[in-house]
Design a protein around this ligand. Structure first.
Ligand code: 6R9
Length: 660
């Protein structure tokens, strides 16, 4: 989908330092290629060896991959393990017992730390508490909490007794929460009295009450409430329990429930989706294996690292890279309750300095908003903080445009830290395409190459592999251990959505468009397939246009959507956030005209936005994704009737609506 490959600028590579390469888990491209070759030569042998070496099995598996009923693949199916045992008990006997597992920073800056020993103790107590309420292996438990040590404890406690958790973002509306509780058939909900973010309070427990009042099936018998504040909340004595009271009398020992490798560890409803909630069901064995491997390979985790992934636990990134992966490798994580801009825009940098964070993993949208904030107010620019503890940076959630990549690289990583731009999805459980930091030469705007073991291609609408340089559909060619197992309660939806007949039924369709660089084979994600624009018969990825807009010196962030057009079929409407203040009147017109010329020059006149609207922000989910479906509605001048409860900043909709 590149507009004109013949005019391609020479690729500039960014290399890890010699020292980084030498100490890296995957050291140099030869090591990377050797792993890829090993997987290609003996796929099952490759995975079996990793699973034997990196996961602790209660009962070893003898069967690696079962492909008899595609696309319902099974991995390590006769093996038995417990994920919480792998994350906690292991660390009590290998010298990590007194090591900090979690450094928690509250919204107001208060810091609380827990060691592996203490975390283990709390998880066992809550696990026993859940059992005392009758929660059993296979039962579903919905967790509706904010970022907290207790949220991780809740997830791990479920894993310990073989209950299947489903974390719902704290902040989803009562109807959305209710819908997920119903769909999962949950027997219990774990929540908190309040959520505190950015100085604001949200009554989580009251929302749970509303959600349950709407529920028709009444499967929820118990609600467990973590007391975050001292505010009075409604309490139903027959159903509700304070978490601390429930845990108080429980034993500190809880034998893990051994589960089959295929036993579901959790269900996670995919973010911002329309229609019925789609619960991605993940396994225990395969999921854990990939959480561990990607911690070692992509994040090159070392015993001394302080690892900070800013993602909420309500998102897959918070599952794999907060609640499970780091603990399974005995790392210390930073967990943050608040938001990057409160009480000031230097909060992230301040926290990196304070906790001596060495690996920092965040979303492009956070980077872009902080670029804007630091250009507006130098007092909170990263230069004001000591970021020398950093050694590796990561990006996730959306394509990171080259401008933002370079800023991240220069201003945060000081040209010293590799950036791992990690492409993956809720459904993939862990990273799919990403540079190996001590091996892969990085290119801004490209997530580079697949991880060893993953076979990824770009194909056309019939499933035929396309030559490098031609944009198409991103697919994964073979089942892999951490893949989604099904859509909870809806095998048919899993099959038709992810393994479409049109592509032959044997390719996992990610739902994203991609293009491979003609020379390096590096992947660039062009956006969701449904975000492809068709202007006068030319296919354009939203990302391509957004990236060019964001490269303009005045622009902080941009999102483009298509709008029906009599002349061109579809025309481009761009929503633009400037680094400076919101422009008005003639000034806005003149900037818009400059931006049109810029896009024309950088891509082609076809890609020129017909309409440009300025705003102070874009509508985003709490996981940092731009909600283009809402922008599409605004661009068309229609009423918003969709669910906006996942939206971080609803007020922005009015502003953008009135921006013409
Ligand atoms: C982990 C996560 C998945 C969708 C995915 C793609 C987009 C995520 C990306 C990226 C380009 C990256 N996405 N990481 N696009 N480059 N590094 O975000 O999961 O919430 O399920 O979203 O996010 O479009 O298909 P999830």
């Amino acid at each position: 989908m590149a507009a004109n490959p013949s005019e391609k600028k020479e690729t500039q590579f960014y290399y890890p330092s010699e020292a980084f390469v030498q100490n890296a888990a995957i050291s140099g491209m030869n090591a990377y290629h050797a792993l890829c070759r090993a997987a290609a030569e003996d796929y099952e042998g490759f995975w079996a060896e990793l699973a034997q070496e990196n996961v602790l099995w209660h009962k070893p598996f003898t069967r690696v991959l079962n492909e008899t009923n595609p696309p319902f693949y099974k991995w390590f199916e006769d093996g038995e393990l417990n994920v919480s045992w792998n994350c906690l008990d292991k660390n009590l006997v290998n010298g990590n017992a007194e090591k900090d597992a979690i450094i928690f920073e509250a919204d107001d800056g208060t810091v609380t730390k827990v060691t592996y020993r203490e975390l283990h103790r709390r998880v066992c107590k809550l696990a026993n508490g859940l059992k005392s309420l009758g929660v059993r292996k296979g039962d579903r438990v919905v967790i509706y909490m904010a970022m907290s040590i207790e949220a991780v404890v809740a997830m791990q406690a479920c894993a310990r007794i073989g209950a299947i958790h489903s974390v719902v973002f704290g902040g989803f509306s009562a109807p959305s929460l209710g819908e997920r509780i119903e769909n999962a058939g949950a027997v219990a909900v774990i929540t908190a009295d309040m959520q505190i973010r950015g100085g604001r309070r949200l009554p989580l427990k009251a929302i749970v009450d509303d959600a349950l009042a709407m529920s028709e099936s009444h499967t929820v018998k118990n609600v467990i409430v973590y007391q975050r504040t001292d505010e009075e909340i409604p309490f139903d004595k027959g159903r509700d329990h304070w978490m601390h009271e429930l845990m108080q009398s429980q034993s500190e020992i809880c034998q893990p429930e051994w589960v089959n490798a295929e036993h579901p560890l959790f269900i996670l409803y995919t973010s911002g989706s329309t229609g019925n909630p789609k619960g991605a069901q993940h396994s225990s064995g395969g999921y854990l294996l990939w959480a561990i491997m990607t911690m070692r390979w992509t994040f090159d985790i070392k015993p001394t690292d302080i690892f900070w992934c800013t993602a909420d636990i309500g998102w897959i990134t918070g599952h794999t890279y907060n609640a499970y992966g780091p603990l399974a490798v005995g790392a210390t994580i930073v967990l943050f309750e608040g938001v990057p801009t409160y009480p000031h825009a230097g909060r992230f940098w301040e926290m990196i300095e304070k906790h001596k964070v060495s690996i920092f993993y965040t979303a492009p949208t956070a980077v872009r908003s902080l670029i804007k904030a630091s250009s507006e107010n130098r007092q909170f620019a990263p230069e004001q903080y000591d970021l020398s503890s950093l050694r590796l940076l990561g990006s996730v959630g959306e394509p990171i445009n080259p401008e933002a990549w370079l800023w991240f690289y220069k201003h945060i990583g000081k040209e010293r830290c590799p950036i791992v731009d990690t492409f993956w999805q809720t459904e993939t459980g862990g990273h799919v395409i990403a540079p190996m930091p001590g091996a892969t030469p990085q290119v801004p705007g490209s997530c580079t190459l697949p991880l060893p073991g993953l076979s990824v291609s770009v194909v056309d609408e019939t499933g035929q592999e396309l030559p490098w340089g031609q944009g198409g559909i991103l697919v994964i060619n073979r089942p892999w251990p951490s893949m989604i197992r099904t859509v909870w309660g809806n095998d048919e939806r899993y099959k038709t959505h992810y393994w479409p007949e049109e592509l032959g039924g044997k390719l996992y369709q990610a739902g994203d468009g991609a293009i491979r660089d003609p020379e390096t084979g590096y992947f660039t994600i062009t956006g969701r397939i449904d975000d492809v624009l068709n202007v006068s018969g030319h296919a354009l990825g939203t990302m391509e246009v957004e990236s060019v807009l964001a490269a303009h010196p005045m622009v902080a962030e941009a999102a483009v959507v298509g709008k029906p057009d009599d002349l061109t079929g579809e025309s481009i409407c761009a929503f633009v956030i400037l680094k400076d203040e919101l422009p008005q009147g003639d000034q806005a017109k003149s900037i818009a005209s400059d931006l049109r010329k810029w896009v024309s020059k950088e891509i082609s006149p076809i890609a020129r936005p017909k309409e440009i609207r300025f705003g102070e922000n874009l509508p985003k989910t709490r996981s940092g994704k731009i909600m283009r479906r809402l922008l599409r509605v605004i661009a068309r001048g229609e009423e918003i009737t969709q669910d906006i409860s996942t939206l971080e900043n609803p007020a922005i909709l009015d502003q953008l609506r009135n921006s013409l």
